[in-house]
Design a protein around this ligand. Structure first.
Ligand code: ADP
Ligand code: MG
Length: 575
């Protein structure tokens, strides 16, 4: 992860070392060397001139200047690296999410995923920043201070005792370890709660209409309040332990310092000797405290990393096979060979069971059946939104799993039951269907889908922005744009999943007329919601409870299939 930022990272490393040396060794050393020269024990200053005095005192600001400048660049460069690394990580997670199978998104709430990509990545970044900020500076400071202490101790023999004071440092390790382990699982729970909070928020934003029409405002506020409280209490548990460490270590080190002072007073050691020692002691305790905090942050970061890895390590089940067959031109013959599919292992009734079906190129096959029969599931197997649990689906005799996924999806134009439009202009939304084989223009396909009338009424026509999720369109308008998008794709296989359900019969009929030309030479699967949309079909399949129960023309089915007759009668009763 650090590879693309190695240069600034190296710079940061260097600055960190300078900083550590300046503060750990430099400051006590300067005080040790300069103070005795200025306040010599004879108390006579005639020996040093004003210039010399100025030179001596200026050592202090110089040491701080070096420490300040290198500290600044260390922090700046480290932050640069951290932000960069986070950006890469987030992008990696996002790209991974694009490739994961649909089932993953059914299993995980989008709010939780949102929180992982945003909050956990952010947590991780904060931790990386803080950790790397101190990871170089503090140890160098520590060893610098240690070196200064040893130097002073060797120079003035009486000071050997100060090394004794350093013995408190290993004692600090015990609270550090104890608190660190506490933090890990508390942080994990806190991030889960953060996910819960985002989930409630996300769901609420998607249900603005329902909240108002069913008077759910108070229920929703209550739900958010509960999630928010849970997050609060989980967060406080983390905070409790994170901030426990500093005072504990400070008390321990204060004891060390006071021992040093006691020994100094008893040993008759003068002030100018004691001051640099205390300075060096302080400079060596401080890193220990900081390293303890780092320890805590690593624990917290590990919790976040765990949650990101949950996404990063999820297997991509709809991957390309190792040696995908490359096919440029599909004929469009589809077969289902004894295909079964269940959404969850051990479902009482699989969504599809033992489907055997052959669709020839050039056929327009309609699927009809009560809702929940498995029509959408069947259609979703074609672009490999799911893979069959049993059996196989082939295209031109090749198992779909052996095809290159990109080629397969290029060959299928699917209009889903609930199409989605992006927050972009009409033209941009339709152009998503643009493919190499598109021969028509956006205007032409929109005319085919009878969308041109309402588009031309827009103030900006084809350049009209559609709002989030196409919120500025009616259901019928949305479907017509989705159709236009699929028409533009001009793929050899066309799948329409109740794609005209929100249209009035008149518009539907017009679109069907337009489509008679369009479906020529293509394999078409048409999931019908009403019988009037069966006109195009050359063959009708009746589905019920995950099985195909009848197959034939309208007249045959009307004669032989009771379910078909019932469905037909039920609809006539409505009309
Ligand atoms: P249809 O399109 O014919 O109305 P579907 O194919 O959508 O029916 O659903 C077939 C069956 O699979 C139903 O029993 C439905 O409850 C179930 N099902 C659909 N989608 C899912 C899903 N994502 N997870 C679990 N079960 C599902
Ligand atoms: Mg359906």
């Amino acid at each position: 992860m650090l590879r693309p930022v190695w240069l600034p990272f190296l710079g940061a490393l260097l600055c960190g070392i300078i900083y550590g040396a300046a503060s750990g060794f430099g400051l006590p050393f300067v005080i040790n060397k300069i103070f005795p020269k200025i306040f010599s024990s004879e108390g006579i200053e005639v020996e040093i001139s004003n210039w010399q005095l100025m030179l001596y005192v200026s050592w202090l600001p110089i040491a701080f200047l070096i420490r300040g400048v290198s500290g600044y660049f260390n922090s700046y460069l480290i932050n640069f690296c951290g932000v960069r690394v986070l950006e890469k990580l987030r992008l990696k997670v996002f790209a991974k999410l694009q490739r994961l199978p649909l089932a993953f998104f059914r299993k995980n709430q989008s709010g939780d995923l949102l929180s992982r990509v945003m909050t956990d990545a952010w947590q991780l970044q904060q931790a990386i920043l803080n950790i790397s900020n101190d990871l170089i500076k503090q140890p160098v400071t520590f060893f610098g201070a240690l070196a200064a202490l040893v130097y002073m101790a060797l120079e003035k023999e009486g000071l050997a005792f100060v090394l004794l004071c350093l013995l408190v440092i290993p004692v600090c390790v015990f609270p550090m370890r104890y608190i660190g382990t506490k933090i890990l699982n508390r942080a994990m729970r806190m991030q889960e709660r953060a996910g819960g909070l985002t989930s409630v928020l996300n769901e609420n934003f998607s249900a603005t209409t329902e909240v108002r029409s069913f008077n759910l405002e108070e229920r929703e506020t209550g739900r958010f309040g509960t999630a928010s409280r849970e997050f609060f209490s989980a967060r406080m548990k983390v905070i409790k332990y994170i901030h426990l460490l500093t005072p504990v270590i400070e008390v321990i080190t204060a004891i060390g310092v006071s021992i040093a002072i006691y020994r100094a007073a008893r040993g008759g050691i003068s002030l100018e000797v004691v001051v640099p020692v205390i300075m060096a002691l302080y400079m060596s305790y401080e890193p220990v405290k900081k390293l303890g905090l780092i320890h805590n942050q690593i624990k917290q970061a590990l919790a976040s990393l765990d949650r990101l890895e949950y996404i990063l390590l999820e297997p991509e089940t709809t991957n390309d096979s190792e040696n995908p067959k490359k096919i440029d031109q599909f004929q469009g013959k589809i077969t289902f060979e004894n295909v079964s599919f269940e959404y969850e292992k051990g479902d009482e009734r699989p969504a599809l069971s033992n489907i055997d079906l052959t669709i020839e190129p050039d056929e327009v096959v309609a699927l009809i059946g009560p809702s929940g029969a498995g029509k959408t599931t069947l259609a979703d197997l074609l672009p490999r939104f799911h893979d069959p649990t049993d059996g196989r689906v082939t295209l031109d005799g090749i198992d779909l799993r052996e095809l290159k996924l990109k080629d397969l999806r290029n060959a299928v134009a699917l209009v889903p039951q609930h199409p989605f439009l992006f927050d972009a202009t009409v033209r941009e939304n339709v152009e998503l269907g643009q493919a190499e084989r598109s021969s028509a223009t956006v205007e032409e396909v929109c005319a085919l889908a009878h969308a041109n009338e309402f588009i031309e009424n827009f103030e900006q026509g084809y350049d009209e922005p559609l709002g989030e999720e196409g919120s500025r369109l009616s259901g019928g308008q949305l479907q017509r744009l989705a159709l236009a998008r699929a028409f533009l794709k001009n793929a050899p296989i066309l799948v329409l999943d109740e794609a005209t359900s929100a249209l009035d019969s008149e518009n539907e009929e017009k679109i069907q007329e337009a489509m008679t030309n369009l479906v020529k030479g293509k394999t078409t699967l048409l999931i019908a919601h009403r019988f009037s949309s069966l006109k195009l079909a050359t063959r009708i399949l009746v589905m019920d409870k995950g099985r195909i129960v009848a197959d034939g023309s309208h007249d045959e089915l009307y004669r032989d299939c009771e379910l078909y007759r019932n469905l037909h009668k039920a609809q006539e009763a409505i009309n």
